[in-house]
Design a protein around this ligand. Sequence first.
Ligand code: GRF
Length: 203
Amino acid sequence: ARLGVLVSGSGSNLQALLDACARADYPAEVACVVSNVPTAYALERARRAGVPAVALDSKAAGSRGAFEQALVETLRAANVEWVCLAGFMRLLSADFLAGFPGRVLNIHPSLLPSFPGLHAQRQALERGVKVTGCTVHFVDAGTDTGPIVAQAAVPVLPDDDEASLSARILSEEHKLFPLAVRLAVTGKVSLEGMRTRVAAPPA
Ligand code: GRF
């Protein structure tokens, strides 16, 4: 399967996907990387891996419609089948999502549906939960609301701060995103209407 990975920042989750895709038995390849932030380090990671890296400045685009139009054209030109949001900090419209039905995945640093939106790790600390983690989910037009593909849990330790908790979650993200992409592109987990469908194991 051909992946388009959308990024806004450091791109460590992109790196995890690039590393997974480099393995011969992995059922996907990164066809292009698009950042809405031209200075994102993720673009450098893509170039180093020999993957087309495109900066589409969402601020310069003027409107969300214009930005998404350019985004769709870029992804279509690279024959992208699946879209992976890896630290991509923009919401996508229902119009955009309709172009890749059931084929847009996001990673979020909490056990959804707890703590959607920004600063999920800080929200978890402030609420006092003792277990948090990360989630890969199908993207719908809400913020971190779509049906779930895979999750991993981590403990919240008594002396954690936002940095230490974020680091513990991030190392799980790097395992979870490649796993979830494999489940999705091989059809083991799919989106059926508004629900997650898990394929029956082979008899
Ligand atoms: C990750 O924690 C991701 O879950 C969140 O933003 C962070 C991106 O990190 N949405 P990176 O750019 O993949 O290093």
